[in-house]
Design a protein. Structure first.
Length: 94
C-alpha cells in the first residue's frame, strides 16, 4: 500500500547534513518526496512509497540523526504521487 509521511524535525537539525543524509538514505528504496530547511530552524520531510519502505526510511533517518533531533512530528497523509524521485528542496513553499 502506498503511503505519505509528512514530518517536521526540531532540534539542531540545520547545518548538520540532515538533508543530504536523508537524500542518500532514500536512494534505492523506491521512496519519493523531498527534504528542506525551514526558516524557523526545523527540517521538513515528505516521503511517499510503499508503507514498509517509508517506515524503514524514516526509522533509518531517525537513527542516523538521533544526536540532532529533539522532536519529530509525523503526519500520515494520503499519497499524491506527485514526486518522481526524492530530492533536496532549497526554498520554502508559500
Amino acid at each position: 500500500m502506498q503511503v505519505r509521511a509528512h514530518v517536521f524535525y526540531s532540534g539542531t537539525v540545520q547545518g548538520v547534513g540532515f538533508r543530504y543524509t536523508a537524500r542518500g538514505m532514500a536512494r534505492g528504496r523506491g521512496v519519493t518526496g523531498f527534504v528542506r530547511n525551514l526558516r524557523d530552524g526545523r527540517v521538513e520531510l515528505v516521503a511517499e512509497g510503499e508503507e514498509a519502505e517509508v517506515d524503514r526510511f524514516l526509522a533509518d533517518v531517525a537513527e542516523a540523526m538521533s544526536g540532532y533531533v529533539t522532536r519529530a512530528d509525523v503526519r500520515r497523509e494520503p499519497p499524491t504521487g506527485q514526486f518522481a524521485a526524492f530530492g533536496v528542496a532549497f526554498q520554502e513553499r508559500n
